[in-house]
Design a protein around this ligand. Structure first.
Ligand SMILES: *Cc1c(COP(=O)(O)O)cnc(C)c1O
Length: 481
């Protein structure tokens, strides 16, 4: 399989050539040039596989330049018992609560959010590619919580990779802070910036735009546009479909359709669903759930896409979805419009700050299966209460997904809501919903008690440059094993 850029300025390249580069050289996103199909026979043949083995098969369709045995080794570590309890992704049927409702547990990994599933694969695949190329990588990133901790847990202890993660001092939840700052591995550098998330992101941008500095210290990113993360996310859509159809009569399986509902922000998670649906996995509809920051809901209902500024982005009680510019939507628009119309549309977006595709709304719904709805603080709390009254505790992001599913699902099709975080990570909002503070589970109190380590800096690029220059891994200092 080959990858090209949405903006047309990149020669077709293989998976290992695009894995380490965030953006394509022309500033676009890398997309698969053509998708293979997932036949019913192939899906049946995969039914008996465990998660790690299935992951090597699905990822293998995208990473055709990596030998299958190497992929198997990587996924066996990434999804092994050290990091995830079996079965890695539990699929729970809650039809007793609401007919057809299923929850797909994507948050059983070390940082209790779905980002672990993609990031743990990168934690194996990135060092693999670096080793082949005799390179090292210093990951520079900014986080408001989930992504940074998932990256640190995925790359801890790797010789050829250092992680420099900026976070806004005092502005993350205690659990998020503990998940990051309690790591003492020498290749993990937690940098608390006196400021807000945007200050962190500005620092990252400044240094990444300094090409000489970037090259000298082999700086890179593993952000949500990384194609390796997308392909690793494709796995659990296939897995979830297989587990739901395990319970279906054999002769009805091959075209058994399900709806999938995805709590969304950057459009990375649901874009992976779009890919496998395009390859033939029987997904009827992809339901995009947003919170009050509803640019995606607006786009899918009206065809008008208007990204908003950081200042116009609300701070909500499902904070990991507080995103007003859905980076991965560019990939979908490219497949929707084709290269030529896409490039005109993208220019319109850059010139006017808004894009009008109202003539495509019906096609997006009928042909691509997308529908969307937004949630709110009140609905989120109500859903947490409703599920809890049936003995199921969910986190605020998953609650947005369930809220949306309850409104849009149709009884004759099972609806799979992706659980994107564990409730333990957001106990404050869960407690608010249920009317009393939630007991802190043992695992969490142990985590909170661990000694924490971080370096605090002002929002000053010079301080950051010094830290990187002093600590960065270089091709000579790293030992390849
Ligand atoms: C990142 C995240 C999301 C949003 O996922 P996207 O891929 O950005 O759409 C939703 N829920 C949680 C808990 C997250 O961490």
């Amino acid at each position: 399989m080959h990858y090209i850029s949405t903006r047309g300025g990149m020669r077709p390249a293989r998976f290992t050539e695009v894995l380490l580069s965030g953006l394509a050289p022309d500033g676009g996103l890398v997309v698969p040039l053509a998708l293979p199909s997932l036949s019913a026979d192939c899906l049946e043949a995969w039914r008996c596989l465990d998660y790690a083995a299935l992951a090597s098969k699905v990822i293998g369709l995208f990473a055709t330049d990596v030998p299958e045995a190497d992929l198997q080794t990587m996924t066996a570590v990434a999804y092994g018992p050290q990091r995830f309890p079996a079965p890695v992704v539990p699929v729970r049927d809650h039809s007793a609560v609401v007919a057809g409702l299923h929850l797909v547990g994507l948050s059983e990994g070390p940082t209790m959010a779905f980002k672990d599933l993609a990031m743990q694969f990168l934690g194996q695949a990135v060092p693999y590619v670096l080793d082949k190329q005799g390179q090292v990588l210093n990951i520079l990133g900014a986080t408001s919580g989930d992504t940074g901790s998932a990256a640190e847990h995925a790359f801890r202890g790797q010789d050829a990779v250092n992680v420099f993660m900026l976070s806004p001092a005092g502005r993350m939840s205690p659990v998020q802070r503990a998940q990051m700052y309690s790591l003492h591995d020498p290749n993990i550098h937690n940098i608390a910036v006196e400021g807000v998330f945007d200050d962190c992101q500005d620092l990252v941008k400044t240094l990444s735009n300094d090409i000489a500095f970037k090259e000298r210290y082999s700086l890179g990113a593993v952000n949500s546009i990384n194609i390796g993360r997308i392909v690793a996310q494709a796995v659990y859509y296939v897995w979830a479909w297989l587990r739901v159809t395990d319970r279906v009569e054999e002769r009805r399986r091959s075209d058994f359709q399900v709806d999938v509902c995805v709590p969304s922000g950057n459009f990375g998670n649901v874009y992976a669903g779009h890919i496998v649906r395009s390859m033939g996995l029987p997904i009827r509809r992809l339901i995009v759930a947003t919170n009050e920051n509803n640019v995606l809901e607006e786009f899918f209902s009206t065809g008008i896409y208007t990204p908003r500024s950081a200042e116009a982005t609300l701070a909500t009680s499902s904070p990991s979805m507080d995103i007003s510019k859905a980076s991965n939507l560019e990939r979908f628009l490219w497949s929707l419009l084709g290269p030529e119309r896409f490039s005109r549309a993208w220019r319109e977006l850059e010139d006017c700050g808004s894009l009008d595709l109202s003539d495509q709304v019906e096609r997006i719904r009928e042909e691509f299966g997308f529908i969307a709805m937004s949630s709110s603080h009140a609905k989120r709390l109500e859903t947490i209460r409703f599920m809890s009254s049936h003995g199921v505790t969910v986190d605020p992001h998953t609650a947005d997904g369930i809220t949306t599913a309850l409104n849009l699902m149709e009884p004759s099709f099972p609806t799979l809501v992706l659980e994107t975080a564990r409730p333990e990570k957001f106990l404050g909002t869960v407690g608010e919903a249920l009317g009393f503070p939630q007991p802190i589970p043992n695992t969490v109190s142990k985590l909170l008690a661990l000694p924490q380590r971080k370096t605090t800096i002002t929002a000053d690029e010079q301080e950051l440059r010094t830290i990187i220059a002093t600590n960065a891994v270089t091709a000579n200092s790293s030992t390849f094993q």
